[in-house]
Structure formats: C-alpha cells, structure tokens
Write a protein that binds this ligand. Structure first.
Ligand code: KIV
Length: 274
C-alpha cells in the first residue's frame, strides 16, 4: 500500500526507524521500492551525482520535475519527496507555492522538501495552507553552504545549537511534518529529536534521529569522487560496473559478443541479396 504522511508520522510514535534513500530514475526507484524503503528523496544532490555539477546550486525546476516524475513512475509504494531546488522558493511565497504545486501535480510527489530555518517559516506555513506537505532541512544546507563557510558540521557551539533547536520548533509549528538534520552533532540531534513530535531524518546526525537518509550513489559505491565521513558504503559497485563494461568492450572488439545466443536466426534463403 502506498505510504502516507500519517504512516510516516506514526513510525516516530511506534519507535520504528524511518528509512529514506535518494533516487533519481525509475529503474532504481523500482528496486528501492521493492526492497521496502519508506521514503524516496528526489534530492537536488541530482546535480552532483547525476548531472555532473560541482554543487547543487545550478539544478533547475525542470531538472527536478523530470527526475521526480521518473521516480514516481518507478515507485508506487514509497513516499516520494521532491527537493525544491535553489531559486525555486527564495524569490517569494507565490513562486514557492507555484513550484511546490508543480512537484505534486506534474511529478506526482507526495510532498516537498526545502532548506532553512526561521526565514522559510512563512513559506512552509503557506505551502501547508495550500495543501502541500513539507519536509524541513536544517544543519548543513548545501544550497547555501558558501554562507555557512563550506560543507561543515553545524550547531557545534551552544548559541548555534540553540538557534537550530528554535528553528526546528518553528518549522514544526509552521506545519512541517518531518525534518532532515544534516551534519549535526549526535548529542544535539538527539535533543532536537526528543523535543519534536514530528520525525527527524538524519544524515551525518547520529543514531538518535527517528530515521536515516543517505545518497544512494554514495552508499552503493557508485559515486567515488569523494566520500563524506557520515557515509557508510554498503556496496562497492563502481569496480563491478567497470569490470562489466571493460569485459563488454573486450568482447565486442574480439567478436565474442554477440554470440549465436544473443542473435536472431531465420530460415529464409537470403542468397539473392548477396
Ligand atoms: O539533495 C539531497 O540528496 C539531500 C540529502 C542529502 C538530504 O538533500
């Protein structure tokens, strides 16, 4: 059965950890859905792991909608989160609502995610008012990483930790039903998780969060440009993929592929064509 916001929120109450992975295409989304992942995030990490940019900043609404729709087609059961790209909600509440509704109407997403604390509260409130469910995102917010001094752990001193906790509470009050905490000390993530009635999903935020998310290409060892400390590699697919591709190249060159088995045969006498 397709998952709903009620199912996701109930998991916190029951103490069942929520599993979230990123997905960008229908083939992988189907596989993850079959495995039983609760939530699929069509993250703007798309820009870095699929589109080849060196940050998430250049990703557009059209990029996101294209991939989010593919993920939705592949995954009928999982709860699909569309990540609002940089520039799609910073230009005003009307733009934010218009773009969020596109994720729901055109791509079939179940909700949207956007980065930021108190500054985005009016946007979150308006989206929820418009019927769009919202996941917040605090801690390291990659779209504004340059303002944070780079890709660094956030909330390390008491003042920053207090600000993050307050931001979490105001996002919850504005109607966010779930919160991603990225690169946050585990002690702080634990406090935020305990103070909220909505679930937290951690990435580099320790084990006390109500759920975990990883970038699929990182955890399967397909994206090998760099490895953030919080990633655990559950597979090393890149060498296997390389081996398969190199074997294919060698067999095409040698004539070993395609063999009879991968070719079609006919009883027709084609000799008049020679
Ligand atoms: O874009 C993304 O994949 C994300 C996760 C890192 C949470 O926002």
């Amino acid at each position: 059965m397709a998952k709903t916001i009620v199912d996701i929120m109930a998991m916190k109450e029951k103490g069942t950890k929520i599993t979230m992975l990123t997905a960008y295409d229908a083939t992988m989304a189907r596989l993850l859905d079959d495995c039983g992942v609760d939530m699929l995030l069509v993250g703007d990490s798309l820009g870095m792991v699929v589109l080849g940019y060196d940050s998430t900043v250049p990703v557009t609404m059209e990029d996101m909608l294209h991939h989010a729709a593919a993920v939705r087609r592949g995954a009928p059961e999982a709860f699909v989160v569309g990540d609002m790209p940089y520039g799609s909600y910073q230009t005003g509440i009307r733009d934010a609502v218009k773009n969020a509704l596109r994720f729901i109407k055109e791509a079939g997403c179940d909700c949207v995610k956007l980065e930021g604390g108190r500054k985005v509260v009016p946007i979150v409130a308006e989206l929820v008012q418009s019927g769009v469910s919202v996941v917040g995102h605090l801690g390291l917010t990659p779209q504004t990483a340059s303002q944070l001094g780079g890709y660094k752990v956030q909330g390390k001193d008491l003042a920053a930790a207090k600000t993050m906790l307050e931001d979490a509470l105001v996002l919850q009050d504005a109607g966010a039903f779930c919160l991603v905490l990225e690169c946050v000390p585990e002690e702080l993530a634990k406090i935020i998780t305990a103070k909220l009635h909505i679930p937290t999903i951690g990435i580099g935020a320790g084990a006390a969060c109500d759920g975990q998310v990883l970038v699929l290409n990182d955890m399967l060892g397909m994206f090998t440009n760099f490895l953030p400390r919080f990633v655990k590699r559950y597979q090393e697919l890149a060498p296997l993929m390389r081996q398969g591709v190199e074997e294919y190249i060698a067999e095409v060159r040698s004539g070993a592929f395609p063999a009879k088995k991968q070719s079609f045969q006919s009883n027709t006498d084609y000799s008049p064509l020679i």
